[in-house]
Design a protein. Structure first.
Length: 503
């Protein structure tokens, strides 16, 4: 149990920092969606751009495989002194090469995301991706050394700067100019320019501050490049490029597909992308937890593999993980009248996709747990196959159904993609690296929360009253939590803050 407590503590630390950073970042959404300066189509355009940025980041960081390889090989005695410098220098040189390639092909990139009329945005984006890549290994070192306080400080500081600059550019400056056209803000702000320019400029400033705060870690890089280690890392990491590309295509590619395959004018398409992207943000609670969990779990899983019977630990981690995300599903899906306040009224027409996206992200989180089997067995090519299967599901469903059902088709494509990857990974993994998951019980938990959601939806459709909705939501939440405490009494007795409530 102590190992799980350790993981819980690490997840809490990384979770607090990630959730704080991402929640502050999500405050940007209401700033943009409530701003009169930012149109729905503008929000859609910046969403398309931020759909492309993760894909580029995957290329720059070898599908984030270089980070996983860093954790995988850092425990080997012969590489401990050289792995940080080798990994960082590898990313540094590849970042320079990829940045030059993008710079000379920025016109094609602008056409892909529909921003040919504002080339400055593409130029700033290239610098954003490059600075993001350079911070990857220093952040990985903080996680490896279990220094979450520094990690949290850097993350939160950067996003705070981003938030302040976005507020300054899209709210303060337009208001100042409307009151006084000759205001001093005209020195740094042009009301006639697209707000997308200022949104990405704020992001670049965040990345620059992040690199400055990671300066101490970066200064520890020595110009010692271990060729043998680099070759091993590349063999391990390169298959994860496809995994990363496919993963981000599954996660954010639906915005690009929506833009490409939805009938109508360009403005209408941008508006639909904006509505879908804003509603996607409301699945943030599960998304944040999954990301926080990954921060602590990846190094934790590799360290556990060196001990005895790690499979039992992995199974128990999965159980607690599913319990938490099932509660989170109810916390968001039953309280939509509260969460919808995060986005402007013009975007709330798409709220019906939120429960679908919540379930999709639950499947994704479970898949991340399951994926440990092919990482531990150095069979990362398997992750490539699974991801490609998920990508095929995404493309096929979006291709056939976006023209008729719009962003609702994209939400269902996301759900079937992640659920398919989860099922495939579980089936395949149990044959190659058996882990005694209590899968029947965990599946029952998921079915129960979905059932409670539909009961709540039926009640609120009969009595369309916010207070009735919130009351029944709270009742169902309490009922489910009491049910969990009773069923998992033995497990929760080992948790000091919960045990006192269990007889």
């Amino acid at each position: 149990m102590s190992s799980i407590k350790k993981l819980a503590g690490q997840t809490l630390w990384y979770g607090v920092s990630s959730i704080a950073a991402r929640f502050i970042g999500y405050l940007i959404t209401p700033l943009l969606t409530y701003s009169s300066y930012v149109k729905v189509s503008d929000f859609g355009r910046q969403s398309l751009l931020y759909s492309a940025i993760p894909v580029l980041s995957v290329l720059f960081t070898f599908g984030y495989g270089i980070e996983t390889a860093f954790f995988r090989f850092s425990s080997r005695e012969e590489y401990k002194k050289s792995i940080f410098s080798t990994a960082f220098l590898c990313l540094f040189f590849s970042t320079v090469i990829f940045s030059v390639i993008l710079w000379y092909n920025q016109t094609a990139l602008a056409g892909l995301v529909g921003l040919s009329d504002i080339p400055q945005v593409i130029q700033i984006t290239i610098f954003i991706v490059a600075t993001d890549a350079l911070s990857a290994i220093p952040f990985a070192r903080l996680r490896q050394e279990e220094r979450p306080r520094k990690y949290a400080f850097v993350k939160v500081s950067g996003i705070m700067l981003n938030l302040c600059l976005v507020w300054f550019f899209v709210n303060f400056c337009p208001n100042q100019i409307s009151k006084n056209p000759g205001s001093w803000v005209t020195l740094v702000f042009d009301i006639n320019k697209s707000p997308v320019i200022y949104i990405v400029l704020a992001n670049l400033c965040q990345n620059i501050l992040t690199l400055l705060l990671l300066g101490k870690e970066i200064s520890m890089v020595h110009f010692r490049f271990n060729i043998t280690l680099w070759k091993e890392m590349m063999v391990y990491a390169l298959p994860l490029v496809i995994v990363g590309l496919g993963g981000f295509l599954n996660e954010v590619g639906d915005r690009l597909m929506l833009k490409a395959w939805l009938p109508g004018t360009a403005i209408f398409k941008d508006e639909q992308v904006g509505i879908y992207s804003a509603c996607y943000k409301l699945s943030l609670l599960i998304t944040l937890f999954v990301q926080a969990f990954r921060m602590g779990a990846e190094p934790f899983f590799f360290k556990q593999a060196e001990g005895q019977d790690p499979q039992r630990t992995y199974a128990r981690v999965m159980k607690f993980f599913v319990i938490v995300i099932s509660v989170m599903f109810l916390a968001v899906s039953l309280y939509i009248p509260v969460w919808e306040l995060m986005i402007g009224p013009k975007y709330r027409v798409g709220l019906s996709v939120v429960p679908i996206l919540l379930l999709a992200n639950m499947s994704l989180g479970i898949y991340y747990n399951l994926s440990i089997w092919f990482k531990l067995t150095n069979n990362t090519i398997t992750g490539t196959y699974i991801t490609l299967m998920g990508t095929a599901i995404t493309i096929i469903i979006n291709w056939f159904f976006i023209p008729r059902f719009g962003y609702t088709a994209s939400a269902w494509a996301t759900f079937f993609c992640y659920t398919g990857m989860m099922v495939i990974s579980f089936t395949w993994g149990q044959k190659k690296y058996y882990i005694p998951y209590a899968w029947k019980k965990l599946l029952a938990y998921i079915v129960i929360v979905v059932f409670l959601f539909f009961i709540h939806k039926a009640i609120t459709s009969l009595w369309n009253n916010t207070w009735i909705s919130l009351f029944t939501a709270t009742f169902f939440m309490f009922l489910y939590i009491m049910f969990l405490l009773k069923i998992e009494k033995k497990e929760f007795r080992n948790l000091p803050y919960i045990a006192k409530y269990i007889k």
